[in-house]
Design a protein around this ligand. Structure first.
Ligand code: GSH
Length: 307
């Protein structure tokens, strides 16, 4: 088995490309480094990480997704602005691989995280859409449901976030995000199936139709699931697609529950607290994460009765 070890001893690039500020990006962004500066041009420009980033790979077939392997992918990506109905469309079906997302969509975020975890920033172009002013070509030519995410690969379109993260894992290079162990794979499928009902229980609570106890039970289910395998702090022990499936939702639920419902999802749930802390160390994920205050504001508009 291949293990990838990443040591990040240089100074991080700082950029203005965080999800919260990306709406304000113009068509180029200046980066400052300790001794030099460079300018990145859209779309999807890649900037090599500082010189001291070292990636070491030992021999073997498939790299398992260890946290150290996904903490840094070796590139700093400048996120492109979201396309609107008046933007120039991409040249569709030209053989390029594109991931259509919305920066605000948790389903799309799953596919975006998977793409980053595999280190595919240069292979899969991120094409963000403005869902409020969606370009008509998207429904006509890419996804007839008009939803994100979609993946354009080998001139075909793949949809549905849970299918997409599996597709990205299987069909592209990079560390494997799904274990071989049959017991873990079986549990993973249970957890994939549970995501919708988990989300529904929490949304009912936010809407005011559900009780604290029902929402608490949903988070207890995560706590129990996180206790099943002891070889790591993630759902299947080691980091996997299951963590990617849940992270975008917990990222939104935690701050809203605390701010508006005064409900701390981690209270009495130490495994969940540790999982959140561990996810927060994963740069492939944190590059996709938004400011919790932005999530709270969006959810306050979505669940106004509770404000
Ligand atoms: N089941 C889909 C859900 C995708 C989804 O609902 N995406 C939302 C954004 S978060 C969307 O595109 N909504 C647009 C619409 O419904 O018109 C998946 O997992 O990919």
């Amino acid at each position: 088995m291949t293990t990838l070890k990443v040591s990040f001893r240089g100074t991080s690039l700082s950029s203005s490309s965080s999800p919260t500020s990306r709406q304000h990006i113009s068509d180029s962004v200046a980066f400052s480094l300790p001794k030099k500066s460079l300018t990145a041009k859209f779309p999807n420009t890649f900037i090599p990480c500082p010189p001291k980033l070292r990636l070491q790979a030992s021999s073997g077939k498939k790299a398992r997704a260890s946290l150290s392997a996904i903490v840094a992918t070796g590139v700093q990506e400048v996120l492109p602005p979201a396309l609107t109905s008046s933007s120039v469309p991409p040249t569709l079906f030209d053989g390029k691989t594109r991931l259509y997302v919305s920066y605000t969509c948790p389903f799309a975020q799953r596919a975006w995280i998977a793409r980053n975890c595999k280190g595919l920033e240069e292979k899969i172009e991120l094409v963000p859409l403005d869902l409020q002013d969606r370009p008509s070509w998207y429904k006509e030519k890419v996804n007839s449901t008009n939803k994100v995410p979609s993946l354009e690969h080998n001139n075909e379109i793949k949809v549905e976030s849970l299918d997409l993260i599996k597709y990205i894992d299987i069909n592209f290079e990079g560390p494997s995000l799904f274990p071989d162990d049959p017991a873990k794979r079986e549990f993973a499928e249970e957890l994939f199936s549970y995501t919708d009902s988990f989300n529904k229980s929490v949304f009912s609570f936010f809407k005011g139709d559900g009780t604290d106890a029902a929402a608490g039970a949903a988070f207890d289910d995560l706590e129990t699931a996180l206790s099943k395998f002891e070889d790591g702090p993630f759902f299947l022990g080691q980091f996997s697609l299951v963590d990617i499936a849940y992270a975008p939702f917990v990222e939104r639920f935690q701050p809203f529950a605390l701010d508006v419902k005064k409900f701390d999802i981690t209270a009495g749930r130490p495994k969940l607290a540790t999982w959140i802390q561990e996810m927060d160390k994963n740069v492939a994920y944190t590059k996709t994460r938004r400011d919790p205050k932005v999530h709270v504001e969006i959810y306050k508009r979505r669940f106004p009765a509770e404000v």
